[in-house]
Write a protein of this length. Structure first.
Length: 401
């Protein structure tokens, strides 16, 4: 049998030369288009020749959470540092859990590298242990989404947002050293769509400062000292708003506490008119619970619970508290409100805000059916449209025992 002599394998240098020659057949612009479908890390690995390295510098990486470049340890920092020159058009970056243990001379020296990313559209800084001020985080003129959350030692102010003329989404929740007045957000009036500043105890201002933001859809200011009154909202205010979450320092905010029982009826009527005029303004989820509105413990109408227990309609053994919590009632298309106990089981009589549906209407049957279920909860406080006085409550408690 005749055996042919095998050809010697190509040398490694020949193979590389062949690959380089093939790679050079495409222009940098053409390769940049192809790179646009890859993650930043894949692009970095694909820079096999000068043309492709030039292409990487021109590439705009498509937005995707999977493609976020992240700084969180030594290795990731070195990768992003290389990208700052090799992939300057990077448009998304996350900084998370960065600590002194990363091993560089200072946080400021480390973070200066991100200033090279002038095309940045998305910047997330989450639970980064940064201490002091970092101006480098606030100068990206093309940025559209900025999230700085759980940065307990980072010091910054709402005035520093002037460097983001195109910002659409802003989340500054859980930052102990965030300061400023929400009136400072006025430069973002024409672009801002979502604002979340929750659990930031040094942010001041009146939420109505944002009433004329034409594109603002989501407004969350819970657990801040921001003030205001939801009754001040007029027909043309917050034209695009879809969800609203305000602190108890706003009259009508979440868990707002009323000083007097007598002020509640007119307030509930105003809120009802507001919800009819702008249904999307008040979240259905929170509206059903009346935003956990309640009587203040400092109210002259407040008194302590009677220390006895009674089985509620659900069969659970619970304390029958005075009805100091507020609740909206929906029966068919008819809405009303009532005072209720803190477990929301027992109700006072319903204060109706809408007229009763006519017996011939398509909604009437559903209204009656729901009304019967609600009436079963109006037992202990039947005949009371507001909380009984302490004397009346004690008398009712004795009778029920």
């Amino acid at each position: 049998m005749h055996l042919s002599t095998p050809s010697p394998p190509e040398s490694t240098n020949d193979m590389i030369l062949t690959d380089d020659e093939t790679a050079e057949e495409l222009s940098a612009d053409e390769v940049a288009i192809i790179f646009g479908f890859l993650s930043p890390y894949d692009i970095m690995r694909a820079r096999v020749c000068k043309t492709w390295r030039d292409a990487a510098k021109k590439t705009a990486v498509p937005p995707s959470y999977e493609y976020y470049s992240k700084i969180y340890n030594v290795r990731s920092y070195n990768a992003v540092r290389a990208m700052s020159t090799a992939l300057p058009n990077l448009d998304q970056l996350m900084i998370s859990r960065l600590t002194d243990r990363v091993g560089y001379q200072s946080h400021h020296a480390r973070l200066d590298i991100i200033s090279s990313f002038r095309e940045l559209r998305v910047l997330y800084v989450v639970d980064a242990h940064l201490t002091g001020r970092y101006p480098v985080l606030f100068n990206f003129p093309l940025l559209k989404r900025l999230r700085i959350t759980y940065c307990r030692h980072l010091k910054f102010d709402l005035d520093m947002l002037l460097g983001f003329p195109l910002l659409e989404v802003l989340d500054f929740s859980d930052n102990q050293h965030l300061t400023g007045n929400i009136s400072s957000l006025s430069p973002l009036k024409s672009t801002l769509k979502s604002l979340d500043i929750c659990r930031c105890l040094s942010v001041r201002g009146n939420f109505m400062e944002l009433a004329d933001f034409p594109h603002l859809k989501n407004l969350y200011l819970f657990d801040t000292p921001v003030t205001g009154d939801i009754r001040d909202i007029r027909a043309n205010d917050f034209p695009a708003l879809e969800s609203l979450y305000l602190p108890d320092t706003v009259h009508g905010g979440m868990k707002y506490k009323f000083r007097h029982v007598s002020e509640v009826p007119s307030f509930m009527h105003t809120v009802h008119l507001l919800s009819q005029r702008t249904p999307a303004l008040l979240s259905k989820h929170f509206l059903s619970r009346a935003f956990d509105w309640r009587l203040s413990e400092d109210s002259p109408d407040w008194y302590e619970n009677h220390d006895w227990y009674e089985s509620d309609v659900l069969g659970a053994l619970r304390g029958l508290s005075p009805p100091f919590l507020l609740q909206f009632i929906q029966a068919g298309s008819r809405r009303g409100w009532s005072w209720c106990t803190f477990n929301r089981v027992y109700l006072c009589e319903i204060n109706w805000l809408d007229p009763e549906p006519s017996s011939g209407s398509s909604d009437y049957e559903a209204y009656i059916e729901e009304l019967m279920r609600i009436e079963n909860r109006v037992n202990f406080y039947r005949g009371y449209y507001q909380p009984p006085s302490e004397e009346e409550y004690n008398r009712l408690s004795v009778q029920e025992e």
